[in-house]
Each structure stands twice: as C-alpha cells, then as structure tokens.
Design a protein around this ligand. Structure first.
Ligand code: AMP
Ligand code: GLY
Length: 420
C-alpha cells in the first residue's frame, strides 16, 4: 500500500519549484506542501519556511521536526552544499543526488571525463588554468570558440566567442580576474545544430525519461544578447523524432546513469541532458543534476501520472511507467529590465490572480500591504497550454497582455523555430 497524506518539502524559490508544487498538488497522496524558502506565488500554494537552500542542517532539522515524508530539491546550490548527504545520514527521504553525483553538473571536467570514459557523444575539449596557454590554444583553432568556466556560474559561465578579441576578454575574465572564483576553463569544440533539453529521472541504472523541451537561453528576440538562465521554453519539440529520442536515451542518458554507478557515485534525481542535434546525432553540451528551469514549467503540466509515484520510485529504486498528455505547453519568461545584468526590484505587478493555474513565479514577493512586487531577474513565467504549440503560444500571450508591470520585458519569439 502506498502511503497517503504525505507531507512534502520542496527546496528552492523559483519557477521550477513552483511547477513542482503545482504537480504535487495533483497527487492524491499529498496532504501538505512546504517550500523553503519559496516566493510570493508559491506562498499561495504551499507553506513557505524561511530557510535558505544551502542551510542543509536547518532544512534537515525542519524535516525531522515536522515529519516530512519526502524532500524534493530544486537548485544545484543545495545539492552542491550536500543536502542529500545530510538527509541520507539522518535517514530522511530525499529526491536529489549526493554532492558527489551532482559533480556531473558542478564540475565540467568531471562530466567530460565521464563522457569520454563511457563513450557518450560530446564535443572535444581541453582544460586550462593558465591564461597564456589558453589564449594560444584558442588562437590556433577555428571560431566560434566555446569557453566554459569550470564550476557553478548560474548559467553565465559560458561564452561562445565569435572573434578572438571576445575570446580573449572571456579568458581574462575567467582566468585573470577571478570573476567566478578559482580559475579553470574548458575550451570546447563548437557543436552546430538545434538544442533541446532531455530531463530524465534517474535512480542508479534506472532511467525514466521525461518529455523533451527546448529552452531559449539568450536574452532577446532572434537569439541575440547575453546568455541568461532561460527566457522561455516549450514542449513537445517537434523536430525531435522518436528515433532521435531513443538515440539520446540509449547513447547519452542511460550511459551516463550507468557510468555514474560504475564510478561509485550512483545518481538519484533528475539528470538533465542539454543536447545539440548535430548532423552526427545528439551530442551533449552539458549535464545538470536537477530539474531545468524554465523547462520544468512546460514539461510537468504534461505529466499525467502522479509525480509522487515517480519521486518515490526513484528514491526506492523501483520501476515506474509514466503517462504523458498530447497537449502542448509554451512558457514565456517575464524578466526585469536589465536582466541578466543589473536590474531594479520592487516594481508592482498587477493583473495576476493568486494561485493562477498556469503562471509560475520565478522572483516575486509581497509587501506588508499584500502588493505583488518583482524580486528577481526572472520574475514570472506565463505558460500557455493548447492542442498545439501555436494555440499554446496564443494563450500565453493573451495572459501576458493582462499583466501590468512597468519594468518587465519578454521575448516574443519563443518557439518560433517550430511554430506554423
Ligand atoms: P551551457 O551553460 O554549457 O549550457 O552553455 C550555454 C549555451 O552556450 C548553450 O545553451 C549553447 O547555446 C552554447 N554552447 C555551449 N557549449 C556549446 C558548444 N560546444 N557548441 C555550441 N554551443 C555551445
Ligand atoms: N534551462 C537550463 C537550466 O536549467 O540550466
């Protein structure tokens, strides 16, 4: 018998966590949801607890003291801080990989070595700590140059340089100026083709694939401007045929899961494959050790199965069949003017009902008077649903038109690549 009336703790404060909470609410076995620390939108659907995501000891104390049945981890920072290690040490159930397994995201070199060892298709690379050596290497290779900071840099540690000057500036930034911390970079072969995101729930060697999505990383229309955490996403992705999906599942995701087991760091949680469909098939740009944001917001609404069954199956290493809806979801991020650079917070947002079914809050808060305010770079993600992506987009735009806030911008071309 499956346990009913469960109490779930969701760790994180963004749109991804809001989407996870919306999915948990559809489960008949969930009684109460807590979020740490959550945000203003999440507060309409869960009880928010003021504990930061890296304060893993306090989170474990909270779970112990409040009889939490399962904790679901959103952000990489909590994983890298060892939240899973701490919970497991105390015998608390948690969905998310250990810090050691999460190195597939936090260390690009670890990920690259794993891919090399287990024959997972990816771009060739070299790693450098010395600025002059890195620069000389780049100058001997064709453009564009793909330069990646080796460590967590909130999606901003990658530069695809179209000129040697731009490459030089990035290397200076990463190796001489210490913008992100200790300096180490990977210089990678440029992979050409459309990108897609393949998230799989993984439990040791077991892999339960989720629906495929596509993110839009650049800030402005036409894929212009700086890289961001993601400005919009949609699912399904029509150019990923069943054959390509199978290739990605067998050659990438299953090999990675099995490789991590063989390396002695079995993975439990969401393994996110950031893939490029090259003319030689899908190749890996990066792995993440968690649900993607904003992909989760367009993938989970399509999941018809009970998400708690899935989380439990992963934690218990049991089999789980997933059912998916044919509906399309397309989500558009409303971000603060200036993001991903500096931006102002505290602008009022009007026109949004509390508990809106298809809006995920990414960075919002309420003031004492109950007004909804912007509180982050990415502020809201408005998700349109429909029988196809065109209808989903129209529904998203329709809702955006009703939101009133003077300091938000959004991309108007999310999904353009596939829209009719
Ligand atoms: P990442 O943070 O590794 O996902 O990289 C951010 C973005 O840079 C990706 O979404 C791609 O658009 C681009 N990118 C990263 N690596 C490569 C590569 N090897 N070839 C082409 N584009 C890349
Ligand atoms: N959307 C990309 C990520 O979550 O890293």
């Amino acid at each position: 018998m499956k346990k009913k009336n469960q109490k779930i703790l969701v760790v994180g404060s963004g749109g991804r966590e809001h989407a996870i909470i919306k999915a948990l609410h559809r489960s008949e076995r969930v009684d109460k949801i807590y979020a740490a620390p959550g945000n203003a939108g999440i507060a309409d659907e869960a009880e928010c607890i003021a504990i930061g995501v890296e304060d893993v000891k306090s989170l474990a104390d909270f779970a112990e003291q409040n009889g939490i049945d399962l904790t679901v981890v959103g952000p990489e920072a909590a994983l890298a801080a060892g939240i899973t290690n701490e919970f497991q040490k105390r015998g608390l159930k948690i969905f998310g990989p250990t810090a050691e397994a999460a190195r597939i995201e936090s260390s690009k070199e670890f990920a690259k070595q794993l891919m090399e060892k287990y024959g997972i298709p990816t771009g060739g690379y070299e790693s450098f700590t010395d600025y002059a050596e890195a620069l000389a290497y780049v100058k001997n290779r064709p453009l564009p140059a793909v330069i990646k900071y080796d460590g967590l840099a909130a999606g901003k540690g990658v530069v695809v340089a179209q000129s040697y000057e731009e490459a030089d500036a990035a290397l200076k930034d990463m190796l001489l100026d210490g913008t992100f911390g200790e300096g180490k970079v990977i210089i990678e072969e440029f992979l050409d083709g459309p990108e897609f995101s393949f998230m799989c729930v993984v439990s040791g060697e077991k892999v339960y694939p989720l629906a495929i999505a596509q993110d839009h990383k650049r800030a402005y229309d036409g894929d212009k401007g700086p890289n961001t955490g993601g400005m919009g996403a949609y699912s399904p992705v029509p150019f990923i045929t069943e054959e390509i999906r199978q290739q990605a599942l067998e050659n990438v995701m299953k090999k990675a899961a099995a490789g991590l087991v063989k390396e002695g760091v079995p993975f439990t949680g969401v393994l996110y494959g950031g893939l490029i469909l090259t003319k030689d098939g899908p190749k890996v740009i990066e792995f993440n050790a968690r649900f993607g944001d904003p992909e989760t917001e367009v993938v989970l609404p399509r999941l018809e199965s009970d998400i708690l069954d899935l989380f439990e199956a992963a934690v218990e290493n049991e089999d789980c069949e997933l059912q998916w809806s044919d509906k399309a979801c397309l989500g558009i991020v409303l971000a603060s003017e200036g993001y991903p650079g500096s931006y102002r917070k505290g602008a009022e947002i009007k026109g949004l009902e509390p508990g809106d079914k298809t809006t995920c809050h990414m960075g919002t808060k309420r003031d004492e008077a109950g007004k909804l305010l912007t509180a982050g770079g990415r502020v809201l993600m408005v998700i349109g649903e429909g029988k196809d992506l065109n209808e989903a987009r129209a529904n998203a735009l329709d809702k955006i038109a009703r939101i009133d806030c003077e300091s938000l911008f959004y991309r108007t071309d999310i999904g353009k690549q596939v829209l009719g």
